[in-house]
Design a binder for this molecule. Structure first.
Ligand code: IMP
Length: 417
């Protein structure tokens, strides 16, 4: 093992071992691991390229590791002042590799083309994200609708049916709340990630409306077995909490988002995957419903009717339920292009927004990782949508006001967007 001493607290343990002339097994392992680590870094950086290219680049990485190894092996280490360690060299190399990666397959930047949209960047697979950078209603739906035609997978990662946008295609209106609007691209699959909270009746209604409009979604919509469920009683509780707050209310959409995430965080919520084991689902549902009735004595839940509904729709939901984490990562490794359709917006973020006048999830970029189960290394373009002026739905601080008098820029903005 490695141990540190008080004499050189910042010198890596491997160097201390050298200084102490203990060039035994530990040092050898350390050196081999340096070469392997550099090689792995190269492999990771170029993982999206062809296998032959990856092998070649990994070999170069290994060779650099070898050089690092031999230079580190020289017996001239000065033990009095901390020398540039192999780890510092590794750090420099890793920074260079990151730079090469962003040049080869990194995020789109406007300088690549002043006219093309991110969806037109077809160089490599990756995960692109569209987020709302204000209080929502910035027009994400419009952008996502344009982009989604170029993607293989469209995903939602946070929030629930509190989000919504309308898309008009050839005069036909489509309203989306839970489904990614990429479902209109018949070549794309849709993923509702583990970070989303799903009100199953609303979700099935959305699918039925889509079918009635002639969109065939069969085999293309997947929901995460880990996504939590919003029940009708969550929505009723949402309304009651708002009523209780009176003039301090948040102005929620009353879709049960806060109460459903509260159940999730309290660790007594139910997940979509729980429908696969009916006995378990029934037991947990009863317990959750009863605890809500205890907290809200005027709340009446017809538990048997609710259970009958969930039992009847369970087979349909099960057909769409998968391990979306495995699916999404596999799609990524197969070179597919993935678009995350953000819901809500940064200023409504539970951590970064105007708390407490916020929603109960993270509509900023963090939820792409936790709500879809992908590594940050897989993200490519992250696009924040803004509009020329701000609006917010619901309550909360909003210290600006538009002058809407005749001929004012405010009036112009409010009319043309
Ligand atoms: P909730 O998400 O329904 O709990 O609402 C919390 C806050 O977020 C309220 O101020 C809502 O008006 C706001 N909000 C939620 N979803 C949206 C949205 O899609 N657009 C704009 N505001 C939203």
């Amino acid at each position: 093992g490695q141990s540190s001493t008080t004499q050189h607290p910042l010198v890596p343990a491997s160097q201390l071992l050298d200084c102490q002339s203990d060039l035994g097994r530990g040092v050898f392992i350390q050196k081999v691991s340096i070469a392997v680590r550099i090689s792995l870094m190269f492999r990771q950086a170029f993982a999206r390229s062809s296998p032959a290219f990856v092998a070649g680049v990994s070999a170069v990485g290994g060779a650099i590791g070898g050089v690092a190894w031999s230079s580190h092996n020289e017996p001239t280490t000065n033990c009095d002042s901390p020398p540039k360690s192999v780890f510092d060299m590794l750090y420099d190399i890793s920074r260079s590799v990151s730079r090469i990666e962003s040049l080869l397959a990194g995020p789109y930047t406007p300088s690549q083309s002043s006219t093309s949209l991110p969806g037109e960047d077809k160089r490599s697979p990756g995960i692109d994200v569209v987020l709302g950078a204000q209080w929502g209603d910035e027009g994400k739906g419009k952008l996502v609708d344009i982009l989604s035609q170029d993607y293989d997978v469209c995903a939602r990662v946070a929030g629930g049916s509190n989000a919504g946008h309308t898309i008009v295609v050839e005069g036909k209106k489509y309203k989306f709340h839970l489904l990614p609007s990429g479902v209109l691209n018949e070549k794309a699959t849709c993923v509702i990630g583990n970070g989303v909270v799903i009100h199953v009746p609303a979700f099935l209604n959305e699918l039925d409306t889509l079918s009635a409009s002639g969109v065939d979604y069969t085999g293309r919509v997947f929901i995460s077995d880990r996504a939590h469920m919003v029940f009708d009683f969550h929505q009723e509780v949402d309304g009651r909490q708002e009523a209780k707050l009176g003039r301090h209310k948040i102005g929620t959409t009353k879709k049960g988002i806060g109460p459903a995430y509260a159940s999730k965080i309290s660790r007594n919520g139910l997940r979509v995957g729980d429908l696969l084991d009916w006995e378990y689902f029934e037991r947990r549902f009863r317990s959750l419903a009863e605890s809500h009735m205890r907290h809200y004595p005027d709340l009446k839940i017809d538990i048997d009717a609710q259970l009958a509904f969930y039992k009847s729709v369970a087979p349909r939901v099960k057909d769409m339920t998968i391990d979306t984490i495995e699916y999404t990562n596999k799609q990524f490794s197969d070179g597919k292009r993935i678009l995350v359709e953000g819901a809500n917006a940064t200023m409504l973020d539970i951590d970064f927004g105007t708390y407490p006048f916020v929603t109960s999830s993270n509509p900023s970029v963090g939820s792409v990782l936790t709500g879809l189960g992908v590594s940050p290394m897989k993200l490519r373009g992250i696009y924040g949508t803004v509009k020329a002026y701000c609006t917010r739905v619901g309550e909360g601080p909003f210290p600006t006001e538009l002058d809407l008098s005749e001929g004012s820029p405010g009036l112009h903005f409010s009319q043309v967007g």
